[in-house]
Design a protein around this ligand. Sequence first.
Ligand code: HEM
Length: 277
Amino acid sequence: MTDRDPSPPGHHGARLSFQGRMAYGDYLSLDPILSAQHPLSGAHDEMLFIIQYQTSELWMKLALHELGAAREAIAAGRLHESFKMLARVARIMEQLNSAWDVLRTMTPSEYQQFRPMLGESSGFQSWQYRMIEFVAGNRNPALIGPHAHRPELAAALRDELARPSLYAVVLGRLAEAGFDVAPAADVAAPTRPDPAARAAWGAVYADPQRYWSLYELAEKLVDFEDYFRRWRFNHLTTVERIIGFKRGTGGTAGVDYLRRMLDVVLFPDLWDLRSAL
Ligand code: HEM
């Protein structure tokens, strides 16, 4: 036998018996994850649909993990640490954006075979998506409503509205650097354009060398929002391609509602300042 002969993995040192030991599937809890797909119809494409949502929710879970830690790092002045996490969040959004290409392989006819099985369930009721928006600063307490029947989820969303948003914490850094800015008095309110913060960002962008960390932080936020916008747009286009202008299962007008959501701006000051540079 030569070195080039295919040989069993055991010959390379791989363990082949896991009796009483932790194996891959144990560590990753693969049994519950891989047995959590329950199509309600016999339609072939329902599996794609379920896995698309489930994987999106897993990536959202990681995005929340990173955003929460980034917010803490920013509040503590550890900006470099936050840059790594925010860069990762942007990459996660990119991953979610590519995922639409898989879903787009489903035609309207294929979707119609199982759409009635969804009842009134819709991504609109994704509490993790709402949490990402709340953390970023797009805060609308009315959207906790769909979770009232799950008190622990509603409480988690309400608790988030009692914390300063990611952007509010970033404004704290501007104040710390000597700019005359103050976080909004009502932490539960959505981020609104703030002339003082806008002026401070104008100064940062006018002299990046002097304010490099704040400049880099601002660009990380813009990156995140840029990818988030692409997600919204890809969702909208995929939805129009698959259901046209039908009402959503969640009860909204569907594409018209999603089109309106394209106008949501997470960090208005950071976009406004660009016109004045
Ligand atoms: C066939 C595929 C899909 C269709 C036809 C669809 C359709 C819709 C529609 C019509 C809405 C508006 C709310 C409603 O009335 O239901 C919506 C909202 C939403 N969908 Fe989808 N969707 C699809 C796939 C996905 C996937 C894979 C995700 C990933 C988690 C997702 C996440 C969301 C979220 C988070 C919202 C709320 C958006 C907001 O409030 O700004 N959707 N979807």
